[in-house]
Design a protein around this ligand. Structure first.
Ligand code: BGC
Length: 742
């Protein structure tokens, strides 16, 4: 014993700083983090504690200068690092070193069905954030796509909890590997944007657990996200930034979350609830959170002076405060106080490569009649039509708007790829939104147009005659009431007269290819009349390059839809049941939105009501063909919590290398519990050379065999027969195998 003590003393003497420079525990990297947190906390004054839990500027919160804990900087998120704004204004700071690489929108990332792309995305974005001095990126978003009108669906990862969970985890891990925190948003039930501050969602516990929460749960439990942002809307009559059930009972209780809950900007409304219901850091827009400014705005925050006064008067103890500060300190030790692995990179070629690869893998070939794509080598004249072929899309859409260092437009990408061998003409076809600016960042282009709609169509039709191909690049944009924060779309149709433009072009040319730029499905009443349809999302900096590579066939498309593409709005549960946008209470302060369709979202609704979507969830074509065979299970009976492994052989039966996304759905034949026809439980993307075969396997277990029991308030194993359905889209699952859960 004596020996050990002597040794310890000796070690302590060797490791300790020189005499008179005693390193405090909270600064001592050899000490366990929780001990350092305790020590830092014990040294902080009440004012310092109050200061670190709320903003001091639009995107920062103060650290503790006296103790050498730096300021904490956040920034949007989630598609690139947002340009810097002034300290307390939304106007641009006017820096010349804050342009970034714009990565594809998260719908595109989800459409890759490739978790390694999510890791690459997170890692690359984290490197940009690190370089820019941002400690937390406000993203990724994982609210489920419930209606194609949803204004922010483009920032989210589709309609399916299994897919979104698989994609969000590596994104977070990649980002945080740089010492930059993720802030997963918007927790929870932000499934539409209209009236977002006033929507009070009512949803069954089962739909909450099975559809709306799994991706958040995965982000917390598997991704170990360090940050999470509350949503603007309400649930159970309480705003979600201080929602007792969601934040205290579920997130911090049941899920044991040890990170911080950040309010959405201006999403805090009440000091008492903010104190008691799990909010850790308050950020905002103006004093009242939304619309009005004041000189000492940040002191007026709900978790600033009002909270301090409550503590001084004895209304609150410091119990909640210390818990909040502990979490904030933990965040510091993970970010600002962590030893950095590097300094990050801004706009590196590696980041452009990442953006391009993700874009290429996310583009979905929805229709390809007569194998019209890829563009044939003999093509001599190609006509490109549409505003979206020349419109910058990295500007707009709300907080995810970027100042991209470069953005290659579709028309430019095509011209560069096809070179002088092909004559590439352009016709505008329609005028959409020509303004193109957000918070002082203005698209570096003029889209001014004086000709009438009829003249534009006539010009396009005229040029389309005799062209080998007509590539219409249309869809939505990032303006209000399109794919944009704060509002939803007003209708399902394409705007700006695009339907009649496409029909007119299809009448004079049989090789019309419609490239849809959007984050949502849109009505395509003319789909039978065009040869090909390509879903190209918002692809960011490398839009034109990635699109041209797919159209020209340098890249074989492998993206798959992360949501169901309905023919009409009435084929969507929320709309069929009149559950959207909800019902105003007297006084118009709250609009109640009841998710009447329950768990029947997306393909679950389409399956149940046997509605044939225009394009199914998981659908996407390739320039090659694949076969799947030999589905087998490692057992026929499984007793939970055991798992079962399913294996299938995939073969590339065509003449080009390509990637297939094998999708494993499970049908639960329970006679006692209401079950969807099938649910995605696993998937695997596999790249194959012509003639090559590979086996892919997925393991099913845990929640895959369970449902949320409303009455019992918990997960229950559903015992009985199952059918595993394997295929390459929700409407194409040719392989089947039965098993039983005992
Ligand atoms: C958005 C958030 C965003 C924040 C900061 C809010 O309006 O809802 O997603 O991170 O602003 O820009």
């Amino acid at each position: 014993m004596k020996k050990i003590i002597t040794l310890c003393l000796l070690l302590a003497t060797v490791l300790a700083p020189a005499a008179g420079e005693q390193l405090p525990v909270y600064l001592d990297e050899r000490q366990p983090v929780e001990k350092r947190i305790d020590d830092a906390l014990s040294r902080m004054t009440l004012d310092e504690k109050i200061a670190v839990i709320h903003a001091q500027s639009k995107f920062s919160a103060p650290g503790v200068k006296r103790l050498g804990l730096p300021d904490f900087w956040t920034d949007d998120g989630p598609h690139g690092v947002r340009p810097d704004v002034l300290w307390d204004e939304w106007q641009q700071a006017g820096h010349t070193n804050d342009s970034c690489v714009a990565f594809p929108a998260l719908t595109c990332l989800a459409a890759t069905w490739n978790p390694s792309m999510a890791r690459l995305y997170g890692r690359s974005l984290g490197e940009e954030a690190l370089y820019r001095g941002k400690n937390m990126i406000l993203g990724p978003g994982v609210n489920m796509c419930r209606t194609p009108l949803g204004g922010r669906n483009f920032e989210y990862m589709g309609e399916d909890p299994c897919l979104a969970s698989a994609m969000v985890v590596p994104y977070i891990q990649g980002l945080q590997s740089n010492g930059v925190a993720a802030c997963v948003k918007h927790f929870a039930l932000n499934n539409d944007e209209e009236n977002r501050f006033k929507v009070n969602v009512t949803v069954s516990d089962r739909a909450l657990r099975e559809i709306y929460l799994p991706a958040f749960e995965a982000a917390v439990k598997r991704g170990h996200t360090w940050g999470l942002m509350g949503a603007y809307n309400l649930y159970r009559d309480q705003h979600n930034c201080h929602n007792r059930y969601l934040l205290v009972d579920l997130l911090k209780g049941e899920w044991n979350y040890d990170g911080v809950v950040v309010s959405d900007w201006g999403g805090t409304h009440d000091t008492d609830q903010a104190v008691k219901n799990g909010l850790d850091m308050e950020f905002g827009t103006w004093t009242n959170g939304l619309s009005a400014g004041a000189k000492n705005a940040y002191d007026m925050y709900y978790m600033a002076m009002a909270y301090r006064a409550g503590i001084v008067s004895g209304k609150y103890t410091t119990r909640e405060l210390d818990d909040k500060v502990r979490r904030v300190l933990r965040l510091y030790y993970r970010t600002t106080m962590a030893r950095k692995s590097g300094h990050g990179f801004l706009c590196s070629e590696a980041h452009y490569d990442a953006a391009r690869t993700i874009a290429e893998q996310g583009i979905v070939l929805l229709q390809n009649k007569r194998g019209v794509l890829p563009l044939k080598a003999g093509a001599r004249r190609l006509l490109v039509v549409g505003e979206n072929a020349i419109k910058m899309m990295t500007v707009g859409g709300g907080s995810s708007s970027l100042k991209a260092q470069r953005e290659i437009l579709p028309l430019d990408g095509l011209k560069a790829r096809l070179g002088s061998a092909v004559q590439v003409d352009y016709a505008r076809g329609y005028v959409g939104d020509t303004t193109g600016s957000y918070n002082g960042v203005t698209a570096r282009q003029s889209l001014a147009e004086t000709r009438s709609a009829a003249q534009l169509v006539a010009e396009a039709v005229d040029k389309a005659r005799g062209a080998d191909y007509v590539i219409v690049v249309g869809g939505l944009n990032k303006s209000n009431h399109q794919d944009c924060e704060d509002h939803d779309r007003l209708d399902y149709g394409l705007p700006y007269g695009q339907d009649s433009l496409v029909e007119a072009l299809a009448r004079v040319n049989s090789n019309v290819v419609f490239v849809n730029i959007s984050g949502n499905a849109v009505a395509m009443p003319w789909s039978d009349k065009v040869a090909a349809i390509v879903q190209a999302w918002y692809l960011g900096s490398e839009t034109g390059t990635a699109l041209a590579a797919v159209l020209a066939g340098d890249v074989n498309p492998s993206g798959r839809l992360p949501f169901t593409w309905p023919r009409r709005l009435a084929d969507v549960g929320a709309h069929a049941l009149g559950a959207y946008p909800g019902t105003w209470r007297p006084g118009h302060d709250i609009i109640d939105e009841q998710y009447k369709e329950g768990i029947y979202v997306g393909y679950r609704w389409a399956d149940k009501h046997r509605v044939k979507p225009l394009f199914a969830f998981g659908h996407g074509l390739s320039y090659t063909t694949f076969a799947m065979s030999g589905l087998r299970l490692d057992k026929r009976r499984v007793a939970a919590p055991d798992s079962i492994t399913a294996t299938v052989t995939v073969t590339n039966t065509g003449r080009r290398a390509g990637a297939q996304v094998v999708q494993f759905y499970v049908s639960d034949h329970s006679t006692t519990v209401d079950m969807p026809v099938k649910e995605l439980r696993g998937f695997a993307r596999v790249e194959l050379q012509p003639g090559e075969s590979r086996e892919v396997s997925v393991v099913l277990g845990g929640h895959d065999f369970q449902y949320w029991d409303e009455a019992g308030g918990g997960w229950q194993v559903s015992h009985g027969r199952r059918t595993l359905l394997v295929g390459d889209a929700a409407d194409h699952t040719p392989l089947r195998a039965d098993f039983a859960v005992e």
